[in-house]
Every structure is written in C-alpha cells, then in structure tokens.
Design a protein around this ligand. Structure first.
Ligand code: SF4
Ligand code: SF4
Length: 436
C-alpha cells in the first residue's frame, strides 16, 4: 500500500512581486526580532540577477562539500573519514561567515541630527548593531539591487556566470526580478540528515521542518548541510533557528505572516499529498534534468480515489483530505502547469514552488515595436523574452529550458486570452488551445 503523507507547501507568483520587503520585515518582527538574530531573515527577497543571501549561496561548487547523496537517496553530511569529520565538527569550514550575510548596521542618529547646517545633507558612518562601533560596510543583503543583469555589474552571481554566453551586455536586454525565499520545508531535508543531535526534525503531520531548541547543541551542521542556506545560528543562545512555516498560526487556520502581509498577494499556501516511500528513490535519480519530473512523480493527485483510500489507510484525517482537494498548490503545479521548484538539482525536494516571471519580448531583437502582450508576437519570440530562459532554467529546472519555456508559453497565452476577454475583443481560439 502507498504510504501517503501530507505536506504544507507554498507557490509564489514572481510576476506579482514588487520587491517591497514587507514579507521580510513582518516576518522579522514576528520571529527574529531579538538579540543574536540581527542578521537573520527567515524570509528574504533577493534581487535577480544578484548574489543572494547569504552571498553566493547558489555556488554549489563552493558549498556542496557540505553534503552528499547517500546510497539510500537521503542527503547526508559529507564526512570523508573520521579525521575530516572531527575537523568539520570543530572548524566547519563550509559555513557562510557573517560577511556573507552582512553585519547589521544602523546610523549614528545623534550625528545625523546634530550635524552643523551645511549645503550638504549630513551623513553619518553606520554603526554595527552587534558591536556598536562604526563599521565599514562591505556587503549587505540586496546590496546588488538594481544591477539589472548586466554581467559586468553582477559578476559574482553564480547562476548568471553559468549562462553568461546567453546574456549579452546590452542595456536593451538588462533585466531584474525579485525572488522571495523562505525555508523550503523539503521532502528530503539535508538539514535534518546532517544534524548529529537529532534536533532537526520534519513533522509527520504536515512536513514542517523545525529545530528542537532543547536538543540543539550548536554544531551548525544544518547550516552547512542546507543547500539553500536557510538555517541560521543564533550566536546569543548558541542554537540553530529557522523558518517555522508559522506553525502556531497555520495550526489555528491562519496563513503565514509573510503570506498574510504580502502586498502583491502572490503567495499561495496549501496541502499536498505525497508517496513517502518514493522520496529517497526520486531524490537519487542520476540525471539532474530528470529531477523535476522525479519530484513531481512523488506528489499524488488528491482527487484520485486510490490515493484517497491509501491516504485514509495512512491515517490522514478527512478534513485534511478535503483541504488537499481544495489546495491551490496541486492545481498550480499539475492542472495549470505553471509552477516550478527552486533548484530541483539540490535533491532536497523543495516545497516552495515558483511561477517564473513572464517578461516582455525585447523589441530591439524582434523589431516589431510590439510588447510581449501581443500573443502572436510572443509565441513567435518566446526565446527573445527580456529575461533569458536559460537564466530562469538554471534557477527553476536544473538548466533544462523546456519546462520553463512551457510555463512561459502558458502564461503568455493566459495573459493574451484574458486581455481579449476583458476588452471584449474576439477571442483567439488558438490561444485558448495553448492554455489547455
Ligand atoms: Fe532544511 Fe534547508 Fe530544506 Fe529548509 S531548505 S528544509 S533548512 S534543507
Ligand atoms: Fe514581494 Fe509580497 Fe514580499 Fe512585497 S511582500 S517583497 S510583493 S513577496
């Protein structure tokens, strides 16, 4: 019998994110507004292209020494012998440093307000929130905001470096978009696998990944082991902390803080059902490009009578089954086919999915004078979108452009079709066929 488990998941529609950081700030006020957590953003919003937070976390060549694929498909800490394991415990060299996150700073407000009148705006050297001393800022989250995709300006973005042949340095092709990130609450969480104290765990009822503060002994293997770098060390308490998917809120039926306060209303939350016995096998699929389909294949259709029967046998309550049927997550991934996971090649089976941004066609390439809303133009020129498909593919489909291309065609068709509907124009049925 299929062992069915339930998982809370999120889909974010990147076309609607305006980069206002409201989600980050409200999350911080709710969860990390205390000593030892100044540098921590359980929810952060990255500008793409950019280096991310912590800086260059996607540079797996740099970080992947931290974990490896075990024979059973589970990710585990890369040990390489007892000596190295001991050294790793004491030195743990694969962790980001505070400079990769940023040293939180504030202004010296006294000096701002008491500065003598001058023709210039008074300026003050920022002070470290940790030491209180004036600090020389070298890096901060979103430091690279507005670099807008020019490779020469954003050379440290590891994803951009990979596809730099496709991204030409032309102002007409400059692009940017926002990527909000929380913990992925992975089906195959490497943070859990790498914790030597058994403090990191995945809740069986809804898949939320948490840290047991009483059991955590501060080894920080979870920081090293998480490829998304979404576990943080509280240097006051000496314990690891992470996004909790706002479990005290979702348990009483209200959404996460980030979703509730999102200005763009772009976050969808819901339950999915999955085949718990197939996770390890799917994570171990050799071909990285096949991982997206492998991940999808463990997710079950909540409307399928056989799945429902197996879920009942597995002890999933009736109201959860109803919630899974109503969930927008399954619809967005499978029915509408518009959502993709973040870096499926990391093999942790992330459970925060994204609808990639549909950017306009670059006029200078097509010489049509039209923008990307014009259906015929868009379908004919889907590879001339402002944001290169190769760049999106490196982020959402292990470098395979086809899944991204398919999603963008569908989004383009939906947008064009609805525009015709809303303007009362004759509907183009060939576009409707594209939507399916
Ligand atoms: Fe663990 Fe990282 Fe996955 Fe979150 S994103 S569940 S911290 S491996
Ligand atoms: Fe984007 Fe919503 Fe966060 Fe604003 S609140 S940055 S729109 S995800």
């Amino acid at each position: 019998m299929t062992r069915v488990m339930a998982q809370l998941a999120m889909v974010m529609n990147l076309d609607k994110c305006i980069g206002c950081h409201t989600c980050s700030v409200t999350c911080k006020q709710a969860w990390t507004n205390r000593a030892g957590m100044e540098y921590v953003w359980f929810n952060n919003v990255e500008t793409r292209p950019g280096q991310g937070y912590p800086r260059t976390y996607q540079d797996q060549e740099k970080w992947k020494g931290g974990w490896e694929l075990g024979r059973n498909g589970r990710l585990r800490l890369k040990a390489g012998g007892r000596l190295r394991k001991l050294l790793t415990i004491f030195a743990n060299p694969l962790m980001p440093s505070i400079n990769d996150y940023y040293e939180p700073w504030t202004y010296d407000y006294d000096r701002l307000f008491s500065a003598p009148v001058s023709e210039d705006t008074p300026v003050a050297r920022p002070r470290s929130l940790i030491t209180g001393e004036p600090t020389k800022i070298r890096w901060s989250a979103n430091w690279d905001d507005n670099l807008a995709g020019a490779p020469e300006l954003a050379p440290a973005d590891p994803v951009l470096r990979k596809v730099s042949g496709e991204v030409k340095l032309e102002f007409e092709r400059a692009f940017m978009f926002y990527l909000p990130r929380i913990c992925e609450h992975c089906l195959n969480p490497s943070c859990v696998a790498s914790c030597p104290s058994g403090a990191m765990y995945k809740r069986s009822e809804d898949g939320i990944v948490l840290v047991d503060q009483d059991r955590c002994r501060g080894w920080r293997m979870c920081v090293t082991g998480c490829p998304y770098k979404k576990v943080y060390f509280n240097h006051r308490t000496g314990k690891a902390e992470k996004c909790t998917f706002c479990y005290p809120r979702v348990e009483v039926g209200i959404p996460t803080v980030c979703a509730e306060t999102c200005v763009g209303r772009l976050r969808y939350i819901g339950l999915i059902l999955y085949d718990a016995d197939r996770v390890a096998e799917a994570a171990a699929v050799k071909d990285e490009k096949a991982l997206l389909e492998a991940q999808k294949s463990v997710m079950l259709d909540p409307h399928d009578p056989e799945v429902i029967a197996a879920a009942r046998e597995s002890g999933i309550p009736e109201d959860w089954l109803e919630a899974a049927k109503r969930s927008p997550i399954h619809k967005l991934i499978f029915e509408y086919g518009v959502a993709l996971p973040l870096h499926p090649e990391y093999r942790t089976m992330p459970m925060v999915w994204y609808i990639p941004p549909l950017s306009p066609v670059v006029d200078v390439l097509t010489n049509t004078g039209h923008d990307g809303e014009k259906a015929g133009n868009l379908f004919g020129a889907i590879d001339a979108l402002r944001i290169p498909i190769g760049y999106l593919a490196e982020i959402f489909s292990a470098g395979d452009p086809e899944p991204v291309r398919a999603v963008l065609r569908r989004l383009a068709a939906m947008r064009s079709y609805m525009r015709d509907v809303n303007l009362g124009r004759e509907r183009d049925e060939s576009i409707a066929a594209e939507v399916g």
